[in-house]
Design a protein around this ligand. Structure first.
Ligand code: 5AD
Ligand code: SF4
Length: 440
């Protein structure tokens, strides 16, 4: 038998790309590839790209330029581009960088084995279709090896919301939910392999409506099905849209013990004028009402959000409205970005806010969000939380894991195993993590 070929996957962007990269590695495992951690000894390099913000395509081209050197040294090296830049740029990638062998969009990963066979014969392979078949079902050749205690699991993909700034509806396509039984069987397999926590992924995960023998299930109903799986201790989901926070999902946050008290609910802006221009179909007020209902169901929930500053026509008063909303919500963590033009989206045609002004707003917003994050972390000191232990820490006897609220926690003098759900008392807070001690 010939030695296995080595595959290096470089993953950019969101958690869904992380999940996709795992699936691609498994699919190519069937073609005789094993994963390697460096590009230098690889027989195939796959870039799993992200197109969401700022000059993404240009970054991919410059990275490909660097890889060209590797191919000069090793002419048999195969180079592929996957992900949302592959979807958006398509054949253009091969025109600009002819040494690329393979271009595959996110909806065609199940076709990778055939594509690999084709490039092995020296041909080029390109697939950026939106096929009808269920790619994850076709990618299902999972190895049974043990794995870490947390896993991502894509349950829904694509988006029909068409926010004016966003490429997702174009690169990931229309919204599709995976059937319930496949998600349940995949979760059971993950649990057998050592997984204790799943994060359900979707661009619009709370719009989930997957088919089951009893008709379509909502995300909350899916969560209750997962709740029945012995050995699965924690359930999370991301990313949600404010308009799809249904009553049953809000209620589950109060009643489902496995559903963790953390919610990522992007608002983007606190100004109704800007929200309208963003085509967000909610207002600042309706967002705040959703938050109020969630907090009524689960008072200690930690909230996270996404923000865009400097969206076309954002004035200082609009930006103030965003700061006011943040003051009112109090986020435990948040992601904030300067608006960047995405070609092909409705907002791409509109006049930009002055660059220096946008940078200044981003800085002010981030200062406020950082302060809130610190205050919430500090409020955890003295509290008892669950921590799922993920790996040994840097200090002897130390273990690192995530709290129920998704804070990183360093647990000292910890004689417990990876995968254990420990009760921990938080003793201190630093910039991006907490420290705690086991409650014995
Ligand atoms: N410019 C800046 N930020 C963006 N996002 C999406 N598109 C853009 C863009 N064109 C942000 C949004 C979204 C997150 C995933 O990325 O805040 O929620
Ligand atoms: Fe993009 Fe999210 Fe808006 Fe969909 S809901 S268009 S994924 S920002």
């Amino acid at each position: 038998m010939s030695a296995p070929k080595k595959l290096f996957i470089k993953t950019y962007g969101c958690q869904m790309n992380v999940y996709d990269s795992e699936r691609m590695a498994e699919a190519l495992g069937g073609q005789g590839y094993v994963e390697t951690k460096t590009a230098d000894d690889a027989d195939m390099i796959l870039m799993n790209t992200c197109h969401i913000r700022e000059k993404a395509a240009e970054k991919v081209y410059s990275e490909l330029g660097r890889m060209k050197q590797l191919k000069v040294k090793k002419p048999d090296l195969k180079i592929g581009v996957a992900g949302c830049v592959a979807q958006a740029e398509g054949a253009e990638i091969m025109r600009r960088q002819p040494m690329v062998d393979l271009v595959v969009g996110p909806q065609s990963y199940h076709r990778l084995p055939e594509m690999e066979a084709k490039i092995r014969e020296g041909k080029k392979a390109i697939d950026t279709d939106f096929p009808e078949e269920d790619k994850f079902e076709k990618l299902k050749s999972r190895p049974k090896a043990k794995r870490g205690p947390t896993a991502f699991l894509t349950v829904q993909e694509g988006c029909d919301k068409f926010c004016a700034f966003c490429v997702v509806p174009y690169t990931r396509g229309a919204e599709v939910s995976r059937p319930v039984d496949r998600i349940l069987s995949e979760t059971r397999e993950l649990v057998e392999r050592g997984v204790r926590e799943v994060t359900l992924l979707g661009q619009n995960v709370n719009a989930y409506h997957g088919a089951s023998a009893n008709g379509d299930l909502t995300l909350a109903q899916l969560i209750w099905e997962l709740d029945k799986i012995d050995g699965l201790e924690r359930i999370r989901f991301t990313t949600s849209h404010p308009n799809d926070m249904m009553d049953d999902l809000i209620e589950a946050h109060g009643t489902c013990a496995k559903l963790m008290p953390y919610l990522h609910l992007p608002v983007q802006s606190g100004s109704d004028k800007i929200l309208k221009r963003m085509n967000r179909s909610h207002t600042a007020e309706s967002y705040l009402r959703v938050i109020e209902r969630i907090r009524a169901a689960r008072p200690d929930i930690l909230l996270s959000g996404d923000f865009i500053v400097g969206f076309p026509e954002e004035t200082e008063a609009d930006f103030q409205a965003t700061l006011d909303l943040v003051e009112e919500v109090k986020y435990g963590t948040a992601y904030s970005f300067k608006y960047s033009t995405r070609p092909g989206t409705p907002a791409a045609e509109r006049p930009l806010v002055d660059e220096a002004e946008a940078s200044d707003r981003l800085q002010r917003l981030q200062a406020l969000l950082t302060r809130q994050q610190r205050e919430i972390q500090e409020s955890m000191v003295g509290r008892e939380v669950g921590v799922l232990l993920e790996k040994p820490g840097r200090l002897p006897g130390q273990m690192v894991g995530k709290s129920d609220y998704l804070h990183s926690v360093h647990v000292g003098d910890c004689d417990r195993a990876v995968g254990d759900l420990a009760r921990v008392r938080i003793v201190s807070s630093s910039t991006n993590s907490l420290a705690g001690e086991l409650i014995r």
